[in-house]
Design a protein around this ligand. Structure first.
Ligand code: ADP
Length: 161
């Protein structure tokens, strides 16, 4: 039987930290479903469709990585997809505290769902979507932090070029 996992997040925008987690997961699981959260509470830079498009382009030639989106509860999405393993990345203690709460909440909502965690690789430990937005807005260098395609879209979106 194929082993699948859902790698869920906002990915607004995806950073190399996200891509690293996806890539490492794809070495362990047959099918990694990258699930873009359509979160109406957050004010995103990229629309869900734009995030789906850029991730689909990045993984166009990567069998075993699938891009999808979901609205509402992640556990409901997991149930609908018939995939009961969720992957999240951890960078800091504050990530840990947040993820701990989320995992317990998800377990309460659906006891079949297991959340697995992957520790960030050291060189990505400082990377977050919000830091990327900040750096690009103030003209800093993003080398090694985001995929060139993401950088291109971000420049268009935030700087109009
Ligand atoms: P969310 O809004 O659901 O937290 P994010 O896109 O911010 O979505 O993050 C999705 C997942 O990726 C989270 O588990 C987060 O901890 C993880 N993540 C984000 N940045 C990194 C990174 N640099 N290294 C490892 N994991 C990361």
């Amino acid at each position: 039987m194929k082993k699948s996992i859902i790698c869920a997040g906002s990915f607004d925008p995806p950073t190399n930290g996200h891509l690293n987690i996806i890539e490492r997961a794809s070495k362990i699981f047959d099918n990694v479903v990258v699930a873009v959260a359509i979160n109406t509470a957050k004010a995103p830079i990229f629309s869900p469709q734009e995030r789906l498009d850029v991730l689909s382009e990045i993984y166009r030639n990567t069998p075993g990585v699938e891009i999808d989106s979901f609205e509402g509860l992640l556990v409901e999405y997991a149930r609908n997809r018939g995939i009961f393993t969720i992957l999240r990345g951890i960078r800091t203690m504050s990530d840990y505290e947040y993820e701990y709460q989320m995992a317990l909440a998800n377990k309460t909502l659906n006891s079949e769902v297991e959340t697995l965690y992957m520790m960030t690789e050291g060189k990505y430990a400082h990377l977050s979507s919000s830091i990327i937005k900040e750096i690009i807005t103030f003209g800093g260098c993003l080398s090694g932090m985001i995929h060139p395609l993401v950088e291109e879209k971000l420049r268009q979106k935030l700087l109009g070029k």
